[in-house]
Design a protein. Structure first.
Length: 329
């Protein structure tokens, strides 16, 4: 299931993308363009982006494969990352969705990097737009799949159990260029979510826990808040998300805290609505979200409010009244 991110106008992050000094796109040593505020790319050799020759180097050991997947739910397209040294070993983060075009983009990009040895395919979480190309990419690289233990059995059914090795929490993995990635278990968006930390380049690969161009959906808010706190404890200046533009310094260093603040503000708004005597999810949404919310987004907003109410209920700060019943027909 793809991520359903709330668009800019729904979240406190709405102004962050418009002030990003957009990260340069590099072709070798040549700077050829910039990300735009809307997540699209301004590039003077745009065609090069669509060929296998473009290699976008985000940091010394980080190469981003950006794809405009056209999904309205997460503005700014999607990213897969190769991490390490193209002349030595690399790892790949996520495998895209099941569409052949996406798999081809990853494999073309891999060729453009010189087909380095891939020592691991690191999965951020179980949603289809992250594991869809798993079998084809495993076949092309023969690399072991590394994932959260809760996901191992399911992925083993796709590529064979011997090809999947569960991660341990905080496990360090070596890759080319003498750098290491640390696996950070970060439930919230999904129970099996893992972020990866590249200390040497000061980068957090955040999967769908933090997005580059919008807010993200949360399954379990209590876990999500703990995961955000965990991420904030690893010093970084750049966020490499699965969707939306890469967030470079200085904003990259602030984004996790902005997510935390945003969730705290939403919680305060929900509590304020309850204090006014509003007791119904749809009414709370009407109270705290913009009036002209489109219908599709109202659904997402309601789910968002529900996750806040579930957390507050678990914390015994909010009580749920029994449902009322009436005859049908
Ligand atoms: Zn996703």
């Amino acid at each position: 299931m793809p991520t359903e991110a709330l668009p800019h106008e729904l979240c406190a992050l709405e102004n962050t993308s418009s002030v990003l000094p957009f990260i340069p796109l590099m072709v070798g040593e040549r700077d050829v363009g910039r990300y735009q505020a809307d997540g699209t790319i301004k590039c003077d050799i745009l065609d090069a982006l669509r060929t296998e020759r473009l290699v976008m180097q985000v940091k010394p050991h980080v190469y981003a494969m950006h794809i405009d997947d056209g999904a309205v739910t997460h503005p700014g397209g999607s990213n897969n990352y190769f991490v390490g040294d193209p002349k030595g070993d690399m790892v790949l983060i996520d495998t895209g969705d099941h569409h052949r075009a996406w798999t081809k983009s990853i494999l073309d990009y891999y060729k453009a990097l010189g087909s380095p040895k891939i020592t691991g395919i690191l999965i951020t979480h179980s949603h289809g737009d992250h594991i869809g190309g798993l079998d084809r990419i495993h076949e092309a690289t023969s690399a072991p799949i590394r994932c959260h233990p809760k996901l191992a059995e399911r992925l083993g059914k796709i590529v064979g159990p011997e090809a999947v090795v569960s991660l341990r929490s905080r496990e360090l993995m070596k890759t080319g260029g003498g750098v290491t990635l640390r696996a950070l278990f970060t439930p919230g968006h999904e129970v099996d979510h893992v972020c990866y930390y590249l200390r040497q380049d000061s980068v957090l690969f955040t999967g769908d826990t933090i997005l580059g161009g919008s807010s993200t959906t949360v399954g379990d808010l209590s876990s999500s808040m703990k995961s955000l706190q965990l991420l904030s404890s690893f010093r970084h200046d750049t966020i490499c998300p699965a969707h939306g533009p890469v967030v470079p310094p200085p904003q990259g260093a602030r984004l996790v805290q902005q997510y935390i603040n945003h969730r705290n503000e939403r919680e305060a708004q929900v509590l304020a609505a309850l204090a006014k005597g509003i007791t119904d999810v749809a009414e709370i949404v009407r109270d705290i979200y913009p009036r002209n919310l489109k219908r599709g987004l109202r659904h997402a907003a309601e789910r968002n409010v529900q996750t806040h109410l579930a957390k507050l209920t678990r914390e015994r700060r909010v009580a749920v009244s029994p449902a009322r019943y009436s005859l049908t027909g």
